[in-house]
Ligand binder design. Structure first.
Ligand code: NAD
Length: 441
């Protein structure tokens, strides 16, 4: 199959590279000329484990190419995927569909055959209808069909998620389009690694939002249970294990922490709320989740200040991990942004280290000193805070950390370290949803 991928970001690039690895001929299109230049010279514009090798081998095999020329990319394509951004619209939280609609218009003008147009971007219910209308206006005789194929990959594990997904969802109202989509995903059904769920187009669009909202609820639920654990002397990790081993609940997404962030959950929960309100069916559980999560991020700043003795003025805080999760450079809506703002507002100086996120973080954070490793960040600081659980923070030399900190205060917002280990090294530990060292005294 010949595939054009419009939008070569976190989703488009991974999807395009994986489709080409399945044996399809893929052209990835982006209007960002710098991104395409980097890709053409073999440099990845994002950090995603395994991506550089996957891209290189498929480019070498002649199945994967990059261009800024949408018309050339779309020409002769059997399927054209739209994988452009759908950020929150300012003001009302609705998904900003301007990139999707602009791409649809450009695609319509470039069509040379009755291609299948696939929205891979996360788009509200009914967007497929609007894309269809745009195509009908721009290219009335193209015979193009519009399909929804939301993407569920997680940054940091994107390639494995794409190649071995729990399921693929295809929302199609047309038999021929369904056949094309079946053909595109055939390598997955050949090795029986994923069921392909064929649904109506509106259903597929809603599945994506319902999935993300449910996961956001699950995270927020365990975070509130963590707060209760701290008050009553229980341990949230044990509670999570206790409830997660029930098959009806499952162990995933039960890690208490600083609140969810990233490029999807915050904007997708808001967009779903907007769709629900527009249809006079408010989703109160999702509304509460959004509120609780928002206040939690700044509350984490207060937690750090409390661990330092209640006053942040003229104190220096070392922050480990800035990205919204490990193994990505993505800083969009990362909890670190709110935590650092809360610390700075309270008068603290912030030093930070992140293995891959520094470049993006520099464009989003003011007044932060960026350090080359965790120990430089910790040197002389009044507290060390682990915000993102990168692997390299799992085996810190805690003895060394205790010596170089001005105050031996460790705030572990990811519950990596047991209290006994931290205390043995001479550190006072504050965790999430567990008894902290200070409370133990
Ligand atoms: P991104 O911002 O990384 O990439 C979008 C790309 O589209 C950018 O490079 C931009 O230059 C390009 N673009 C915009 N308009 C264009 C046009 N007309 N022609 C060509 N290129 C154009 O976004 P992303 O994180 O890849 O997300 C894309 C979509 O996938 C969003 O709807 C998002 O919600 C969804 N999604 C993202 C993830 C994730 O983990 N990032 C996971 C699942 C779904």
């Amino acid at each position: 199959m010949r595939i054009a991928m419009i939008g070569t970001g976190y989703v488009g690039l991974v999807s395009g590279a994986c489709f080409s690895d399945f044996g399809h001929e893929v052209v990835c299109v982006d209007k960002d000329a710098r991104k395409i230049e980097l890709l053409e010279s073999g440099v990845m514009p994002i950090y995603e484990p395994g991506l550089a090798e996957l891209v290189a081998s498929n480019v070498r095999a002649g199945r994967l190419s990059f261009t800024t020329d949408l018309t050339a990319g779309v020409k002769d394509a059997d399927a054209v995927f739209i994988a452009v951004g759908t950020p929150s619209r300012r003001g009302d939280g609705h998904a900003d569909l301007s990139y999707v609609f602009a791409a649809a218009e450009e695609i319509g003008r470039a069509l040379t055959k009755p291609s299948v147009i696939v929205t891979k971007s996360t788009v509200p219910v009914g967007t497929g209808d609007e894309v269809e209308r745009i195509l009908r206006d721009v290219a009335p005789d193209s015979g193009a069909k519009v399909v929804s194929n939301p993407e569920f990959l997680r940054e940091g594990a994107a390639i494995a998620d794409f190649k071995r997904p729990d399921r693929v969802v295809v929302g199609s109202e047309d038999e021929e389009a369904t056949r094309v989509m079946r053909e595109i995903y055939r390598p997955l059904s050949l090795n029986q690694s994923a069921p392909i769920l064929f649904t109506g187009r509106r259903t597929a669009e809603l599945i994506k939002y319902a999935a993300n909202a449910f996961l956001a609820v699950k995270i927020t639920f365990i975070n509130e249970i963590a707060d209760l654990c701290e008050q009553v002397g229980a341990d949230v990790q044990e509670v999570a294990r206790g409830i997660g081993s029930d098959n009806r609940i499952g162990p995933k997404f039960l890690h208490a922490g600083p609140g969810y962030g990233g490029s999807c959950f915050p904007k997708d929960t808001l967009a779903l709320m907007k769709t629900a309100a527009d249809n006079e069916t408010p989703l109160r559980i999702v509304e509460a989740t959004v509120q609780v999560n928002e206040s939690r991020k700044r509350a984490m700043g207060r937690k750090v200040i409390k661990a330092m003795g209640g006053d942040a003025r003229d104190k220096t805080v070392a922050v480990l991990g800035l990205t919204f999760k490990p193994n990505t450079d993505d800083m969009r809506d990362a909890p670190s942004l709110s935590i650092i703002a809360a610390l700075q507002d309270a008068g603290a100086k912030v030093r930070a280290y992140d293995p891959e996120g520094t470049e993006q973080a520099k464009t989003m954070l003011n007044g932060v000193e960026f350090c080359p490793n965790p120990y430089v960040a910790a040197e002389g600081a009044d507290a060390l805070v682990i915000v993102t659980e990168w692997d390299e923070f799992r085996a810190l030399d805690l003895g060394r950390v205790a010596k170089i900190l001005k105050q031996p205060v460790l705030i572990d917002l990811r519950n990596i370290y047991p209290r006994s280990e931290a205390e043995r090294a001479g550190l006072r530990l504050t965790s999430v949803g567990k008894r902290s060292s200070a409370a133990a005294r």
